[in-house]
Write a protein that binds this ligand. Structure first.
Ligand code: SF4
Length: 56
C-alpha cells in the first residue's frame, strides 16, 4: 500500500518535505509518491491544501 496524489494537485510542493522517507517528488504536471518507498505513514496528507493526497 502507498499514498497517492490525485489530479487536484496544484504542484505547490507543500507535501514534499513532510515525507520522512523522501518518497514525494515533482512529476509531470503534479507531484508523485514513489509507491516502493512510501511506508504509508500519512504524514503528507494534512500538508496538502487541496486534499489531493489519499491512502490508496
Ligand atoms: Fe511519505 Fe508517509 Fe506520505 Fe508515504 S504516506 S508519501 S511515506 S509522508
Amino acid at each position: 500500500m502507498a499514498h497517492v496524489i490525485d489530479d487536484t494537485c496544484v504542484s505547490c510542493g507543500a507535501c514534499e518535505s513532510t515525507c520522512p522517507v523522501g518518497a514525494i517528488a515533482p512529476g509531470d504536471g503534479k507531484f508523485v509518491v514513489d509507491a516502493d518507498s512510501c511506508i504509508d505513514c500519512g504524514a503528507c496528507e494534512s500538508a496538502c491544501p487541496t486534499g489531493a493526497i489519499k491512502a490508496e
